[in-house]
Design a protein around this ligand. Structure first.
Ligand code: KIV
Length: 270
């Protein structure tokens, strides 16, 4: 079957891509310049992840990032994007346990950032919030498996749902989220076989990170796949560049050039 060219990626386009067997590409971005390069390269989905809390702000977990900070990152990304679908993470504490607050938070994200959809971590526990946000016409992407906003409950970032009980709950949560009306689900760090089972059990696209190849698309954190972060090397991470070395070399060269009066030269002055 011939692949369709999508001028603009919508939630419907992602659904169609799953039906046609076209894999969905997704990466994170948090600022205008990176998002512009990423969008022009042809990425399908840009996730303004709450991983900004780690890679942009240097926090140990994703918990501290605020709604205002996520809106700032998301609006910077939205200004850069012409084609990709922009999904914005709802930060910790803005949707759990209170569906009215959840809707208010999602509305702020949509109104103030111009993002196209929100992403929320969890299954049955957050069903009421998901339902209420969907009822306002805001597209929701689910996130199951390793859910970093619950790190203090899990205690570690190791592979989730290896045991039958947790795997069963994950599968049920995926079906529930689909029933509620989410347009896609991210599965993070779970056994590849379980991810395959989930992907085959729902009609909506499933995007994996550390979930093996038998899903409908893949997502990585941009700074990790570009090799800017040195201290994070999970098995699932493929580094497509070594920007850490390239940037370090450029910075060192600049420092040398300034110190030795090589920069600026005659052609670099007025
Ligand atoms: O915040 C994030 O970057 C994410 C991805 C890891 C899926 O949620």
């Amino acid at each position: 079957m011939e692949k369709k060219h999508y001028k603009k990626i919508t939630t419907k386009a992602l659904f169609d891509m799953k039906q046609q067997g076209e894999k969905i590409s997704m990466l994170t971005a948090y600022d205008y310049t990176m998002a512009r390069i990423l969008d022009a390269a042809g990425i399908d989905v840009i996730l303004v992840g709450d991983s900004a809390s780690n890679v942009m702000a240097g926090h140990e977990t994703t918990l501290p990032i605020t709604l205002d900070q996520m809106i700032y990152h998301a609006s910077s990304v939205v200004r850069a994007v012409e084609r990709a679908l922009v999904v914005v993470d709802m930060p910790f504490g803005t949707y759990q346990g209170n569906s009215k607050k959840a809707l208010e938070s999602a509305i702020r994200i949509m109104k103030e950032s111009g993002g196209h959809a929100v992403k929320m971590e969890g299954g049955a526990e957050i069903a009421e919030s998901v339902e209420r946000i969907l009822s306002a016409g805001i597209p929701v992407m689910g996130h199951l498996g390793l859910t970093p906003q619950s790190i203090y409950k899990f205690g570690t970032y190791t592979v989730r749902a290896k045991e039958e009980k947790e795997a069963k709950k994950l599968l049920e949560d995926a079906k529930l989220l689909e029933e509620l009306g989410v347009f896609s689900i991210v599965l993070e760090k779970i056994p590849a076989q379980l991810a395959k089972q989930v992907t085959e059990s729902v009609r909506i696209p499933v995007i994996g990170i550390g979930a093996g190849p038998n899903v409908d698309g893949q997502v990585l954190v941009m700074h990790d796949m570009l090799g800017m972060t040195k201290d994070f090397s999970p098995r699932f991470l493929r580094r497509y560049a070594d920007l850490h070395s390239i940037m370090t070399q450029a910075f060192k060269q600049y420092i040398r050039d300034v110190k030795t009066l090589d920069f600026p030269n005659e052609s670099e002055q007025y």
